[in-house]
Design a protein around this ligand. Structure first.
Ligand code: ATP
Ligand code: MG
Length: 388
């Protein structure tokens, strides 16, 4: 797996049970997966020498991020090791403009968009679709770091001035009801599998919570989202996992199912962390099964409701260490499952997640929120929940 972040770390955990050894390409010795895998190659994902050394002897190559440049992927494809997903599929997760154009060509509903290089072009787009608009970098964004909401022409000018030479696109700010994600897997053999559609909750462009299944999602819309995920995976020739980030909107001629595609990820995804405990097959195991062309696993849920909450680095580092926080968490919620990524704590950084299974939506959600907040700030928020 190219990359050694938390996704590789959790994929490694699944690889152990399958009797497979996961080699990771790590940028630093203390990357989350590099500290747990025994087979670590150090190097950057854009360094052709490091990549060539890394793939030598691998049965298949997959990724925990989108940062291998197209030229390097083409060179690796020539080295004879199966790349899963292929560079031709992966480009749709690397480049938001390529993805928008391809999906639109397939008749998949997306927010209105346009490539832009000047304030004049942003103004022309906004004249048609209204302010504010959403500006995005074509490549390299994550956790909302390359997404800007532009409120007016003056704001557009100052943001564009700060991004000289950047390749950008602009989108209509979609009036959405909420964000959903459809997670599917596809094997080289052509088998597909879909998990229940989830609701994702973002704060400042960062996913903070995932609720599985998405509450009150009409069954027809849930099925449409799953079919959409499987269709996109098939059309683009995805191998491995595909996460389709969706906006739920009022149904219209442009979005008859009430769904617009936001973006695609072709790897385990934050919206699928809940599957470790909440599904018979976790997304990490499924990704490996698909990449290795095994039959795919059962995606049945293990509980009526599963809530995953990300643990973010706090604005002020708590005096209490992570060990002590875990101790208190487990004393209060013996059923909560914690996954810590071994990352240094920095404000807003995803350092782990917690998962709570249950039967009642509000109660399960409240417990997951409390658990994550505790792990982050070492402060119990007042949710009106009794101790015990
Ligand atoms: N067209 C849009 N209209 C309204 N909100 C949007 C739009 N595009 C993006 N957003 C908001 O910004 C968030 C981040 O956007 P996007 O998913 O494109 O960026 P990213 O940084 O690549 O995300 P990720 O963290 O998933 O990698 C979305 O989850 C959504 O909340
Ligand atoms: Mg996103």
């Amino acid at each position: 797996m190219v990359g050694a972040g938390q996704l590789a770390r959790m994929t490694h955990q699944a690889a152990i049970a399958l009797g497979q050894s996961l080699r990771v390409l790590a940028e630093a010795r203390d990357d989350p997966a590099a500290v747990v895998c025994s087979d670590v190659v150090l190097g950057r994902p854009d360094d052709p020498v490091a990549l060539a050394e890394f793939v030598r002897g691998c049965d298949a190559v997959t990724y925990d991020h989108e940062n291998v440049p197209a030229e390097q992927l083409a060179a690796l494809a020539g080295a004879g090791v199966p790349l899963r997903p292929s560079p031709q599929a992966l480009v749709h997760a690397q480049d938001k403009l390529v993805m928008r154009e391809r999906l639109t060509g397939l008749g998949v509903a997306c927010p209105p968009f346009a490539p832009v290089g000047s304030v004049r072009e942003v103004r022309a787009f906004a004249a048609e679709h209204g302010w504010p608009v959403i500006l995005k970098a074509r490549r390299g964004g994550y956790d909302g770091r390359a997404v800007w909401q532009l409120t007016d022409p003056g704001h557009a000018e100052s943001v564009l001035d700060s991004l000289p030479g950047a390749e950008l696109l602009v989108e209509q700010r979609v009036p959405m009801r909420r964000e959903l994600a459809a997670l599917v897997a596809r094997s080289p053999f052509g088998q597909g599998a879909a998990w229940p559609v989830v609701q994702t909750v973002q704060d400042h462009g960062i996913c903070v919570q995932v609720i599985a299944p998405a509450p009150d999602l009409p069954p027809a819309r849930a099925e449409a989202a799953q079919r959409l995920g499987l269709r996109i995976a098939g059309e683009l020739g995805v191998v491995g996992l595909l996460a389709v980030e969706l906006f739920e909107v009022a149904p219209s001629a442009a979005a008859p199912d009430g769904l617009l595609v936001n973006e695609l990820a072709m790897r385990p995804h934050n919206s699928g962390h809940w599957t470790i405990e909440g599904s018979r097959t976790s997304q990490f195991e499924q990704h490996l099964r698909a990449v290795l062309d095994y039959p795919l696993g059962d995606t049945t849920s293990t509980a009526p409701v599963t809530v995953m909450a990300n643990v973010l680095g706090a604005a002020e580092l708590p005096a209490m260490g992570v060990d002590e926080r875990l101790h208190h968490l487990f004393a209060r919620f013996p059923d909560a499952k914690a996954h810590l990524y071994g990352k240094a704590e920095r404000p807003g950084r995803k350092i782990g997640h917690v998962t709570v299974l249950g039967t009642d939506l509000d109660r399960t959600r409240g417990r997951a929120e409390l658990a994550a907040q505790w792990m982050s700030t070492a402060r119990w928020a007042d949710h009106g929940e009794a101790h015990g």
